[in-house]
Design a protein around this ligand. Structure first.
Ligand code: NI
Length: 176
């Protein structure tokens, strides 16, 4: 097995919509194993294929009960509301309380091609929504309220400065 480097904010691949998997061949099986290893190493509770630069509708997750994978997963029903401090391996180090539906129904297939229907709420429900968003090219910053979004963009813009610009800016702000 091998690990991938995780693409971060600003990488255009994160904005692309992943294509359904038509054929679960050996390369897809290897991809799944490598994604699990990458997620565990990060560490994270979920990882979508787009985050490792692969445009296939696959995500892996592990909320403490061992790793699982969903192919061609889509949220087909959702209800309720839940606020959770959400982060993303592609937007490292930043967390925001984000309100989303609490209960969801996820439909897709497993790595053997069997149909899956999983009802989930709270953390698992959140992971399903977050990862299917990734596969639709949506990042968590798009789920922020307007004030959170403004703050997030400020931080992300300052991160995209090169090291010299960053140094000059810190000096300017008197932070050393
Ligand atoms: Ni993420």
């Amino acid at each position: 097995m091998a690990t991938y480097s995780i693409r971060t904010y600003g990488d255009p691949v994160l904005r692309q919509v992943a294509a359904d998997v038509e054929n679960i061949d050996g390369s897809v099986q290897r991809l799944i194993d490598d994604m699990v290893e990458t997620m565990h190493e990060a560490p994270g509770v979920g990882l979508a294929a787009t985050q490792v630069g692969v445009q296939k509708r696959i995500f892996v997750y592990d909320v403490g009960e061992g790793p699982s994978v969903v192919l061609n997963g889509r949220i087909t029903e959702s209800s309720g509301e839940w606020v959770y401090e959400e982060g993303c391996l592609s937007v490292p180090g930043l967390y925001w309380p984000i309100k989303r539906p609490n209960q969801v129904l996820l439909e897709g297939i497993d790595r053997d091609g069997n149909e899956l229907k999983i009802e989930a709420s709270e953390l698992l429900g959140r992971v399903f929504q977050h990862e299917t968003d990734h596969l639709d090219g949506i990042l968590l910053i798009e789920r922020l309220d307007p004030d959170q979004y403004k703050e997030a963009m400020k931080i992300l813009r300052s991160r995209s400065l090169n090291p010299d610009q960053e140094k000059a800016k810190r000096k300017l702000l008197g932070r050393g």
